[in-house]
Design a protein around this ligand. Structure first.
Ligand code: NAD
Length: 279
């Protein structure tokens, strides 16, 4: 029996990309699933995919930035399954491609509300259930931008550095109190998903033409890992209770930042000029 068999796992952002692959990978390993997304159609398709393989699944359409909605979701999952073992706080958006000077406060607030507060809500609301299960696991998805900065992505970078700090703080607390909850922070890089096109979420304005070129370069040259491979790496790490997971380009970026903690931004800027022309 794997460590997922009959376990109840919650995946946010399960309507696309890494979240869908995680839900599918968990189902394939025998877990029961509660999945959430604000994209009703994507969520529906994931739920159908899981059901077609005989998996028990509870799909809930919600926005992870809304605390009351996540609280109601946690209560609903606990009531439906009687126990919750694992939560994968995966939902996220990229935001725009503007400089800090050009980015308005609303854009900062929106990205932080989803990427940071979504993770805080998902962690806090499910934590009592995970502790009660006696074998809990919190998996929070950060990014390689959780330890490396670059131009024109400040709201996202701010949120992902914060997710890393929040998750590592949680781990110290679980260890200090000897609570039965493992904690993992995930730093993906270069996974082929819709993330660069997500802007501020469904209904948000289309990506401006001047940013589209950058998105296309990202997709063509950097997004080389499939969501299924990313999910496999994450689930193997969860099985081994690893506290930190790096995916694809996150390995080389991690080495760069450790080697040159003060001067890596110069390397990043010259790499970006070679890659995109001007940043
Ligand atoms: P994706 O856009 O394919 O999937 C993200 C999913 O989250 C979508 O289904 C979207 O509808 C959902 N979502 C977004 N905001 C939500 C909200 N407020 N409430 C509920 N659902 C919401 O992108 P992905 O690459 O699969 O992203 C998953 C996670 O991985 C994100 O946190 C992202 O920042 C992180 N990540 C991805 C990469 C990569 O290379 N793809 C790199 C680093 C980090």
């Amino acid at each position: 029996m794997s460590s997922f068999t009959r376990k109840v796992a919650v995946v946010t952002g399960a309507g696309s990309g890494i979240g869908r692959a995680l839900a599918s990978g968990l189902a394939g390993r025998g877990a029961r699933l509660a999945i959430a997304d604000w994209d009703e159609r994507g969520l529906h398709d994931t739920a159908e995919l899981l059901r077609s393989r005989g998996t028990e699944v509870l799909p809930v359409t919600l926005d992870v930035s809304e605390r009351d909605a996540v609280a109601a979701f946690a209560a609903q999952v606990a009531e439906r399954f009687g126990v919750v073992h694992q939560v994968y706080n995966n939902a996220g958006i990229a935001g725009g491609a503007l400089t800090i000077a050009e980015t308005d406060y609303e854009a900062f607030e929106r990205v932080l509300a989803v990427n940071l507060w979504g993770v805080v809500h998902g962690t806090k609301e499910f934590l009592p259930h995970l502790i009660a299960s006696g074998d809990g696991h919190v998996v929070n998805v950060s990014s390689l931008n959780g330890f490396m900065a670059q131009p024109r992505l400040a709201p996202y970078i701010t949120s992902k550095f914060a997710v890393r700090g929040f998750t590592e703080a949680l781990r110290t607390e679980m260890l200090a109190a000897r609570l039965p909850v493992a904690v993992t922070v995930v730093h993906p890089g270069g996974v082929r998903t819709n993330i660069t096109r997500s802007a501020y979420g469904p209904g948000s304005a289309a990506i401006p033409a001047e940013h589209l070129k950058r998105v296309e370069v990202y997709e063509r040259r950097l997004f080389r890992t499939s969501p299924e491979d990313a999910a496999r790496i994450i689930l193997r790490a969860v099985e081994r209770k690893k506290p930190r997971v790096l995916i694809a380009q996150a390995h080389s970026v991690d080495r760069l930042v450790r080697l040159l903690p003060a001067s890596y931004p110069r390397q990043v800027v010259s790499w970006g000029r070679r890659m995109f022309g001007e940043w």
